[in-house]
Design a protein around this ligand. Structure first.
Ligand code: FES
Length: 100
């Protein structure tokens, strides 16, 4: 699967393909900041915020798709997807700020 044009393709597929929302809107940075590292973001697959942050900061994951493939976050009921996406977005932004 080529995800370069659609970074949310894998999660969209897991959520039901054509019947899934066409756009994932990440939760705001303010909302994502309320998750402490040990806070469970995806209860379906037992993924906490610290795991997501660590995988982004370590470079092991560089996108929402990477996080989904590695942790399965968002692959159950799908309720957490905006928060997973928001945390990924915040961490990628932080990482870019550190590099520059
Ligand atoms: S809480 Fe993450 S898929 Fe259900």
């Amino acid at each position: 699967m080529d995800t370069s044009a659609d970074p949310f393709a894998a999660i969209r597929d897991l959520l039901g393909g054509d019947d899934s929302p066409s756009e994932i809107i990440p939760a705001s940075a303010e909302d994502c900041a309320t998750f402490t590292d040990d806070a469970m973001v995806c209860t379906c697959n037992n993924v906490n915020a610290g795991e997501i942050r660590g995988l982004i900061q370590s470079g092991e994951c560089g996108s929402l798709d990477d996080i989904q493939v590695r942790t399965r976050a968002g692959g159950g009921c799908g309720a957490c997807v905006p928060f997973v996406a928001g945390i990924v977005q915040v961490e990628l932004s932080r990482k870019a700020d550190i590099v520059h």
